[in-house]
Write a protein that binds this ligand. Structure first.
Ligand code: MLT
Length: 406
């Protein structure tokens, strides 16, 4: 009989968001008359921008005509028109990237997991606790040793390097999922210096960069000196431009990053990633790449910024409610996520069930992101403004009632 990958037995029984949908479906089955407000999974609610759908339609028409039909995109890296647009987007924040170093994919989640193919399984991986489960689970599946670094209230949910801890691959996410905290330039510089000194590689997840409002905060790790030799950056249009159901992202692998070989030689991470992608991936569809290109046009940028502003306003509705109730939280200012302490020291899953039962609002229990998430909870600002305002009205009432009853 074929042997299973035993590493799967180290994973939790189900992926966090699958566990949440299971509980939601059970609730709906038993309470069909109680509509839910979902602020759990970071899925967007506003439609794609008009510039994006126009470009997608035009590209679909091209696919229906012999003269403009396209089959495989042969570089396996994504069309040059899109890689150039992404490079232009980076240029606007002062980062100079060769479009060759940008590879288009179907989103950050796939790349976060797939990148592990280019690293030996003997590498030690460093992730924060709490963490976006994909970094942890995909390395567990690959049989790598994983070291957790505490990200907690004491360090403002911004874990910093510890030279006493040996690691090879470091996953950082800023603005952070789930805590909404954002690394400053100085903090990221400390990580880049650590990686360069210890010959480690940082995988920097910038999927939420578009939510940064403070111009002093870095939106890309390449705004930090020395990052080109040690950092791979992953980003996505899911949250930036509503592509959760459309699927398009990009990963930047600078040609300067080297990996060691058993014979003492070196190879290039870029070369391996291109090889991996051309072997296991046939690219994102042409209409979707044209749609993604439209995001980076002047018109597209104006439209997606409006959408982001709408979600930022939702985040404000949530944080204003928490300020009023004096709830301890992070995020919401430069991030679509708001991470807060559960009232009355409730465990995060108990609070999840309590909110579901009492006010029919769904969030994400912090414990699902790691042990340091226990007692914490995450809400997203991706619902509609009406639902967000309604959810916070219900939350406020629930909160007062919780304290009155004690
Ligand atoms: C989340 O809710 O953490 C994200 O939506 C997950 C994802 O984008 O994969």
């Amino acid at each position: 009989m074929v042997k299973a990958n035993e590493n799967f037995s180290k994973l939790k029984e189900s992926y966090l968001f699958i566990e949440i949908s299971g509980r939601i479906n059970e609730f709906i089955k038993n309470n069909p008359d109680k509509p839910l407000i979902k602020m759990g999974i970071g899925d967007v609610t506003l439609p794609l921008a008009p510039a994006v759908t126009e470009a997608m339609k035009k590209a679909s028409d091209e696919m229906g005509k012999a003269e403009t039909f396209r089959g495989y995109e042969d570089s396996g890296r994504g069309y040059l028109f899109l890689r150039e647009s992404v490079s232009g987007y980076y240029a606007d924040i002062g980062v100079d990237l060769d479009p060759d170093e940008i590879l288009i994919s179907d989103g950050a989640k796939s790349d976060c997991g797939n990148l592990s193919d280019i690293f030996s399984s003997d590498n030690t991986v460093l992730v924060t606790d709490p963490v976006y489960p994909v970094y942890y689970d995909s390395n567990l599946m690959g049989g790598r040793n994983i070291v957790l670094m505490d990200s907690n209230e004491q360090n403002g949910f911004a874990a910093m390097p510890d030279y006493g801890v040996k690691s090879d691959i470091i996953y950082l996410c800023s603005p952070n999922n789930p805590t909404g905290s954002v690394y400053t330039k100085e903090q990221l510089q400390a990580w880049v210096d650590y990686a360069n000194k210890t010959e480690a590689i940082i995988i920097f997840d910038a999927a939420y960069e578009a939510f940064i409002q403070d111009p002093e905060l870095p939106r890309s790790i390449y705004q930090i000196e020395g990052a080109r030799s040690c950092a791979i950056e992953i980003s996505s249009l899911s949250k930036t431009a509503g592509f959760t159901g459309t699927r398009c992202g990009y990963t930047v692998v600078p040609k300067d990053i080297e990996l060691s070989l058993n014979d003492g030689g070196k190879t290039s991470a870029y070369k391996l990633w291109c090889r991996r992608q051309s072997t296991k991936f046939n690219g994102v569809s042409y209409p979707v790449q044209r749609a993604a290109e439209a995001v980076f046009t002047k018109e597209g940028q104006a439209q997606v910024k409006k959408t982001i502003g709408y979600y930022q306003n939702n985040a404000k509705i949530i944080t204003e409610c928490f300020d009023k109730l004096r709830i301890n939280y992070t995020g919401g200012k430069n991030s679509p996520y708001i991470w807060f302490k559960c009232p009355k020291n409730m465990s995060s899953w108990d609070f999840f069930d309590y909110m579901l039962k009492t006010i029919q609002v769904v969030g994400t229990p912090g414990q699902g992101f790691g042990k340091n998430g226990e007692g914490w909870f995450r809400l997203t600002s991706f619902n509609t403004s009406e639902n967000t305002a309604e959810a916070m009205n219900r939350f406020e009432k629930m909160f007062y009632e919780m304290f009155q009853s004690s």
